[in-house]
Design a protein around this ligand. Structure first.
Ligand SMILES: [Zn+2]
Length: 225
């Protein structure tokens, strides 16, 4: 009996450790964030349009024109960690030589929005949205969704799909696309990947920045930053 009791206690102990490890650390306190960026300036969430005034924004999640059909952001703004914005600035400069520029659809996304997306996405489409169990790289301020535009006209370059498409053609390696779509998609991937980003496997528009795992998950709304 005694041994059984001890085994029971040990098993419960292991379970508690497992639960503790499953629990995600999400920073939601603005004062903690402000203290963090004093000791580590790379943690700063920089407003992209302030750092790069020529960049275009089209923040779909501040409108109802997104896959969820709900405006999940109160403000149409885009933030990312300082090294991410520095890399975007370099890319914007390189693109200017070719008469092109970047248009941002989404960047830092507060964790509570990821939870909301998970709830509204049907089971068969869940592979396209981040699981709140791990959080999204957008929640770490280290992922950007973007496309290329012609600087003169402001028009988007033609890509294989629209932003946030759940179609197979959204994969960055999908072959059965037009020559022009492939050329534009591959140009975007090439310039992003030569500046520290990596395209995700099922979305030509989504890029993770190197070292994203060193940055904590955040749940601070844009209006507080
Ligand atoms: Zn994304």
């Amino acid at each position: 009996m005694k041994i059984k009791g001890i085994i029971f206690i040990i098993l419960i102990g292991f379970r508690c450790v497992a639960i503790a490890q499953e629990k995600l650390e999400v920073f939601s306190n603005i004062n903690d964030y402000r203290n963090d960026i004093i000791s580590n300036p790379a943690y700063q969430l920089v407003e992209i349009s302030k750092a790069i005034p020529t960049i275009k924004l089209d923040i779909k999640y501040a409108t109802t024109h997104n896959f969820s059909g709900v405006a999940v952001y109160k403000q149409a703004r885009a933030f990312a960690r300082k090294p991410v914005v520095d890399a975007l600035k370099e890319i914007q400069l390189e693109l200017k030589n070719e008469g092109l520029g970047l248009k941002i659809f989404d960047a830092y996304r507060p964790y509570s929005v990821t939870v909301k997306f998970w709830k509204v996405t049907p089971l068969e489409k869940k592979e396209f949205v981040a699981n709140p169990k791990t959080g999204s790289r957008h929640n770490r301020g280290c992922a950007v969704d973007l496309t290329l535009i012609n600087l003169k006209t402001g028009n988007e370059l033609e890509m294989p799909t629209a932003y946030d498409s759940f179609a197979a053609e959204a994969s960055p390696t999908y072959e059965d696309v037009s020559a022009l779509q492939k050329q534009n998609r591959d140009l975007l991937i090439k310039i992003m990947e030569s500046n520290g980003f990596k395209v995700i496997k099922n979305e030509w528009w989504h890029y993770d920045f190197k070292g994203w795992d060193k940055f904590p998950l955040m749940d601070i709304p844009f209006e507080k930053l």
